[in-house]
Design a protein around this ligand. Structure first.
Ligand code: AP5
Length: 221
């Protein structure tokens, strides 16, 4: 059966780290809207040019752009047998658009995993994050350092700090998360909508291995 999952949570909770592992283990595509948008910015596309200013400020890219981008991605053949959505939906408008698309195709979401962590943990993770712009691998200066300073273990690329991981932008991203994304916890949670009951909270304060175990347990249930 096709496995369709949503990873939800604040910036820095570790969604991307876990999503990469799980998607590889389950052989389903990891559909990260952040990664796709950064690739569009890097390629200098029309979408990238529009998205860049929002991302630089730590704000959400408008729903119409993101929904159309995700629809294009989910129409690719590799998504036919499931996918892991990382960082989408992030607004009620995006959730409604996704639900309409699923209904149109007679599909459902299997689970929504909500990665929770307090702000001090999130800020520490984001401020120490380093990423490889060539292969998207991610590292942390303290908890997951590369073998050689500033160099990607996987492809030898030069690691950088994401522009939106600067302190002021991080503060705004957390504010935007509370204002626009947090309500999805209720939407997918115990009460509320037709999507109710899909949500499982994963305490994301532990190590990468501990969180991966919690994710695996939640999928077994
Ligand atoms: P996006 O790239 O999706 O950013 P985000 O959701 O803010 O999430 P992050 O990537 O910052 O964090 P994460 O939870 O994936 O953590 P990670 O695993 O990297 O989006 C960027 C921007 O794009 C948005 O601000 C917006 O402008 C735009 N955008 C994207 N999607 C959109 C949408 N749907 N609608 C509108 N706009 C959209 O881990 C963080 C760090 O912690 C890493 O260094 C990692 O090594 C480390 N770490 C991870 N797990 C652990 C652990 N257990 N212990 C210790 N360290 C850990």
């Amino acid at each position: 059966m096709a496995l369709r999952l949503i990873f939800l949570g604040p910036p820095g909770a570790g969604k991307g780290t876990q999503a990469k592992r799980l998607a590889a283990a389950r052989s389903i595509p990891h559909v990260s809207t952040g990664d796709i948008l950064r690739a569009e910015v890097g390629a200098g596309s029309e979408l990238g040019a529009k998205a860049k200013e929002y991302m630089g400020r730590g704000e959400l890219v408008p729903d119409d752009l993101v929904v159309a981008m995700v629809a294009r991605r989910l129409a690719q053949p590799d998504c036919g047998n499931g996918y892991l959505l990382d960082g989408f939906p992030r607004t009620m408008g995006q959730a409604t658009a996704l639900e309409a698309r699923l209904a149109e195709h007679g599909e459902t979401i299997g689970q929504v995993l909500y990665f929770s962590a307090p702000d001090d943990v999130l800020i520490k993770r984001l401020s120490g994050r380093r990423v490889c712009p060539d292969c998207n691998a991610n590292y942390h200066l303290e908890t997951m350092p590369p073998r050689n300073d500033g160099v990607c273990d996987k492809c030898g690329g030069k690691l950088i700090q994401r522009e939106d991981d600067m302190p002021e932008t991080v503060r705004n991203r957390l504010k935007v998360y509370r204002a626009q994304t947090r309500e999805l916890i209720g939407h997918y949670g115990a009460t509320g909508s037709a999507q109710a009951g899909l949500l499982t909270e994963i305490d994301s304060t532990g190590t990468v291995g501990e969180i991966a175990d919690a994710v695996a347990r939640s999928l077994e249930n």
